[in-house]
Each structure stands twice: as structure tokens, then as C-alpha cells.
Design a protein around this ligand. Sequence first.
Ligand SMILES: NC(=O)c1ccc[n+]([C@@H]2O[C@H](COP(=O)([O-])OP(=O)(O)OC[C@H]3O[C@@H](n4cnc5c(N)ncnc54)[C@H](O)[C@@H]3O)[C@@H](O)[C@H]2O)c1
Length: 415
Amino acid sequence: VVGQGYVGLPLAMRAVEVGHTVIGFDLDSTRVGRLNKGQSFVEDVENDSLKSALDSGRFFLTDDFGAVGAFDVVVVTVPTPLRESVPDLSFVEAAAKQISSSITPGATVVLESTTYPGTTRELFVPLLEKGSGLVAGVDFFVGYSPERIDPGNRTWTFTTTPKLVSGINERSLEAVSNFYSGLVDKVVPVSNCEEAELSKLLENTFRHVNIALINELAQFAHALNIDIWNTIDAASTKPFGYMRFVPGPGVGGHCLPIDPSYLSWRVSNTLGVPFRFVDLANNVNNRMPEYVVERISLMLNEMKRSVNGSNLLVLGLSYKRNSSDARESPAIDVARSLLRRGANVTAIEPFLSAVPEGMELTLKSQLSPEIVRNADLVVVLTDHDQFDYSMVASHAAAVLDTRNRMPAGANVQRL
Ligand SMILES: NC(=O)c1ccc[n+]([C@@H]2O[C@H](COP(=O)([O-])OP(=O)(O)OC[C@H]3O[C@@H](n4cnc5c(N)ncnc54)[C@H](O)[C@@H]3O)[C@@H](O)[C@H]2O)c1
């Protein structure tokens, strides 16, 4: 498994569990070193399970590709970021070049990284063929299978979530299906790689657009003095034709801030037209942190205070409840903006051990009544389960709750 991140590590662990011998290869030697000591950074992978996988004698982690040798199946789970709003496939290219020389006849190569439709066939396969001197689909098999992992979700895990599988031809599809059938409860074959690539982007774009819709509506509802949360609860009683989405301080992680832009880039680059829904959703969701700052500023104003010089307590910095994942986190954008405006910011974040670079804030892992009392205003940005929200309500001068987690009270405003 090339890449031992949020996607690659759980996949590798599952493959070990079902009896495969697995090499987890990652260029990041610090990450490999920690994992080799049994220290997992992924919530869904317990340290104990990692240790037993390592003890099984069938799981090896390395940062040295020379140590990898030949394989029956290789799965690529490397990052696919944006660079200046353009898809950066350099990690996929580097991984393809690296593995190509080790491909032997009969091997199966799967790309799992999220990417725009066409990547597997147009970019990945030529690199594999060039480096191996073999013919894809004939001498070895290639497919795309998007990852749907939702870190922290106990119901829909790697094993229980249906897995889309595709191949560049029938024989490749068969090889890819056979491999994943042994790992997950249900595989869903898709006609070709492009449909599999696009379906992943459709899933993420659907969420991105719907969250943007509710984020924009939340702002209008507040201005119209209508409670958005009660409104959402009411609409959610409709048993058909409606799906519940809730507002928040913005979108974070990899899936929503980045993946839809892979799709809009492909559309505008190939067809010469903008993907307006994606552009609009980006616009609304990216503005949410500043909207939260505006609301904080208005609440302070009611207390005859300014952001500048106020003591603000921020609950949560990661982008998602009960997670340490702080990539693209809107909570960090809010905190940065408050710092820029001269606030003294203390953040309680039990899942992070260090403050993101360049942030002059005080990071603590534990909440206490004293810390809450010392703040002019508390902002709930990421609603980790371990926070004692009733205690916050009892001791805070004022609270802005962006996640609808606080008990109701005269000192609490919801987004
Ligand atoms: N995190 C999620 O919830 C999630 C869900 C579905 C899909 N995805 C997609 O899966 C892909 C990986 O995401 P992630 O969250 O696991 O990323 P990650 O950053 O956690 O892990 C990727 C790992 O790949 C390593 N790497 C980079 N280039 C390499 C190379 N050439 N050889 C070996 N290792 C290399 C990095 O060091 C890193 O450890 C992305 O395309 C992402 O969009 C992520």
C-alpha cells in the first residue's frame, strides 16, 4: 500500500486482518517510525490493533522503496492536493513511476486517491506501462477504486461501506473486484474508471453544495430573526425528498474544500465552461469563517467590547468532531482571523499537541470553569464529545455556538 495516511493505513490493516502479507510504504520517515512503534495517528486504527498487525509478522512498514520487492497487488493512496487552485497530481505521478519498475506479469495496480475523471487511463496507466515495459490490461491489470472512508464513523467503516471498483478493461475489473471482495462486505462494479472517478467527486460535490446552501440560508435566517436549527429540524420530518444538512463555521478536511475543485478544474479545462455550482459552493463555504468572526464581533459589540484586546476562548481546532485532522480546518481560519484583529485567543483542543505554525495562541487540552470564566466570549467551533457543554453554559459570559451543541441559555447564541 503506497501511502500510509488516513486512507492507506486502514486499508493496509484490513488486508493484514484478512490474511494478506502487506507492506505499507510511505516517504514520510517520521510517520513510518511512529507507526512502527505502534503509534497510530488515525482515530479508526487503535494502537493495539496496529501492534497486533505488526506482531503478526505479515505487516511491514518502510520508507525505503528498495525494501518493497515484488507484489501481487499494489494500491496507491497518496495525496491529491490543489496547487494555486489547480490539481497537483505530482504525488500520483511519483508513485506510479516508483512502482512501475516492480510490476511483474499478473500484478494488479489500483489507484484510490481522489482525482478527476480520466486520471487513471490518461496519466496513471502510461506511466506504469513506460516504467514496466508491460502492457496494461494484458500483462498486468489496472483499476480505480475510490475510498469512502469517514474517519470516526463507527457504523460505516472500511468493511461495511460498499466499495466501488473499476478497471481499464474486463480482466482488470475482475482482478480489482477479486481483491476487494476479500476485504469489504460489498463491492459494486462500475463500467469504467471514469465513472468510478466521477462518482467519488459527485458524492463530495453533492455534500459541498448542500452544505453551502444551508450555510447561506443560516445567514439569511439569522438576519430575518428565524432560528435555522429549528427550521432544519422541522424540514427533516419530511420522510422523502429532503436530506438533512447543517450549517457550521465552514468546511475542512480533504474531501470538501479540495475534491470538488478537481471536478470544476476538469470541466473548465476540457470544456471551457465554469462549473457554477462548485464555484458558488466554494465561495459560500470559504466565507463562513469570516461570517463567524463577524458574529463574534457583533456579540462583543453588544457588550461594548471590541475583538481587539478581548479574551476569546475557542473550543476545537480540528475540522471535525472527535478527530485530530486539522487539514483545511475552518476553525483554524476563525482563530487566525481573531488573532489578526488583536484578540487574545485560547484554544482547547484535546486532539492536537501543537499549535499550527505561525499562530500566537494559547493551546490547552483541558477545559476548566476558570478558563471559561476568564473569557469575554466562548466560541464552539468543533464540538468534541469530551467538552462539558453544561459547565461552559454555567460559567461563560457569552457563547457563540456554531455547532448547535450548547444547552439553550440567555448567554448562548447559535449560528
Ligand atoms: N482522508 C479521508 O477521509 C479521505 C477519504 C477518501 C479519499 N481520500 C483521498 O485519498 C488520498 C489520500 O488521502 P489521505 O487522507 O490518506 O492523505 P494523507 O496525507 O493522510 O496520506 C498520504 C500519505 O502518502 C504519503 N506519500 C506521498 N507521496 C508518496 C509516495 N510517492 N510514495 C509513498 N508515500 C507517499 C504521504 O507521506 C502521506 O503519509 C487523497 O487523494 C484523498 O483525497 C481521503
